[in-house]
Design a protein around this ligand. Sequence first.
Ligand code: NAD
Length: 257
Amino acid sequence: MDKVALITGSTSGIGLGIAKRLAQAGHSVILNGLATPTLNETISEVKTLGKGEVLFSDADMSQPDQIEAMMRMIEKQFGRLDVIVNNAGIQHVAPIDEFPIAAWDKIIAINLSSAFHISRLAIPMMKKNGWGRIINIASAHALIASPFKSAYVAAKHGVAGLTKTIALEVAQHNITCNAICPGYVLTPLVEGQIAATAKARGISEEQVINDVMLGEQPTKEFVKIEEVAELVYYLCADAAASITGTCLPIDGGWTAH
Ligand code: NAD
């Protein structure tokens, strides 16, 4: 049966890549995120990839009431929700003693709390259907830390804990919950932190790319969006029914150090 999948933060980067892969697989997809100048083209492009429906919600993942409204819309439209990919995320790079409180609160809300809200609202629908997949796009920073990313690292470690807890609670309902932990993927989020990291570390932007980012990854290559999307697709398959409660690195060997 064709499934219904919600991917948060899917107007660009990794989330958009995942939405495209799941649309190709025949799923109906709900795109979400901040509107971009090319939003209409993006929605049309995802529609052409498969035979499922494509909807867009601009719900702000830092606002629980907007998340609830989006979930009610999905239930009304489809009467089911089979796959959720909690992917929306933002970053702020600064030393802890200069870290803006507003940036801390926003990162915790979008990168961690939205996964809690979406999961708590989706699980009853999944239980009703006796099947579900919860996939949290965490980060290598769910497993290890880097300086100047206190909120991001704290939120992503929180996602790892949330993933394990949900997996235990839903294990007997044919629902799995896993976290994917990518290393550096060249997306707008990463492009946007190169200058800030250069400033925080007092080095050039080129050094940030080669020494800080790719310096961490033994392959010396960025992880590709398509590689993350393919892992999501696999976790959605029935063959992955016994994979649950895991934090799966896809990081060119970074966390093997
Ligand atoms: P991106 O900036 O390209 O995409 C982020 C998405 O989140 C966009 O669609 C944006 O509109 C959406 N978003 C931002 N704020 C939102 C809000 N308040 N409400 C709803 N949507 C919002 O970034 P990306 O690199 O594709 O990151 C996607 C996820 O992957 C994030 O959770 C990020 O932490 C994680 N990740 C990225 C990397 C990387 O190197 N790029 C590595 C590990 C993990």
